[in-house]
Design a protein around this ligand. Structure first.
Ligand code: 0L1
Ligand code: MG
Length: 255
């Protein structure tokens, strides 16, 4: 019998103390996907017990670019807590991370709860605003290597996120250019259409997957649609900026 509580403590400590751990699946802890989501729930519960609260959900592997980069092709989700939010223009400190990477995303702000099987049009009715966003992923596994249950147990690598100015969702955001730059040099260029053909489909997927888990997306939450391009490694001193067509920009620095 696998002790899921012990594994939850193991992955939570790795993230809390920014210490790389061996892949679960390589060290005799081969989880099923439902067990991996249970480990994620238990590990994030440890964060809640330390005073953090859930403020949203992030989707993973919603673009071909991300699937190819990590060699996995199933949509996954993780939990965002309040301490993960970095203010736009703010700083992150490398010492709080193992080997962070950054990827460009679209974020949704919900005004109404959303749950279960919904159409894109129904999902849209719950959206208060959209924003360009950057997710800082930091797999706790050595060499950023994992299989699907490993990454799910590790709260899908999420570690921090930055959200730009919220804009009304009545613009057509199905195919907007996204340019992520490091110190003014473009390092990834993509389109919001890389996210499942339309980022709204990531919100539909979030409602479905979280619903299957017995939960729902809450009003006031932020839903991250998933990386539109491959992620790029962060190093000290970088200034990272995402410019999203018709939406504005978002940035942060690394110290
Ligand atoms: O947005 C994403 O696709 C993040 C996936 C999380 C897993 C990872 O790439 O570490
Ligand atoms: Mg992401």
């Amino acid at each position: 019998m696998m002790d899921l509580n012990a594994i939850a403590e193991f992955v939570d400590d790795a993230s809390r103390y920014a210490k790389a751990i061996p892949q679960l699946s390589e060290t005799g802890k081969d989880l099923t996907l439902p067990q991996a989501y249970e480990v994620q729930r238990l590990s994030v519960q440890r964060r809640y017990d330390r005073g953090q609260r859930q403020v949203g959900v992030k989707m993973g592997f919603t673009s071909r670019a991300k699937m190819i980069q990590m060699g996995l092709d199933e949509m996954i989700w993780g939990r965002l807590t309040n301490v993960m939010l970095v203010e736009d223009g703010g700083e992150i400190d490398l010492k709080n991370f193992v080997h962070p990477r950054v990827e460009p995303e679209i974020a949704f702000l919900l005004k109404k709860p959303l749950e279960g099987i919904v159409s894109p049009a129904e999902a849209m009715l719950s959206v208060e605003a959209i924003a360009p966003a950057l997710e800082i992923i930091d797999s706790r596994y050595e060499n950023f290597k994992f299989n699907l249950p490993d990454v799910v147990a590790d709260n899908t690598s999420t570690s921090a996120y930055v959200v730009g100015p919220w804009v009304r969702p009545d613009i057509d955001f199905s195919n907007l250019g996204m340019v992520m730059s490091f110190d003014g040099r473009a390092v990834q260029i993509g389109s919001s259409a890389s996210v499942l053909g339309h980022p709204l489909r990531a919100l539909v997927g979030a409602a479905k997957l979280v619903g299957e888990d017995g939960g729902r997306l809450e009003a006031g939450w932020t839903i991250m649609a998933g990386g539109a391009t491959a992620a790029e490694a962060l190093t000290s001193g970088l200034h990272v900026r995402l410019e999203a067509q018709n939406m504005g920009s978002v940035s942060f620095s690394v110290t």
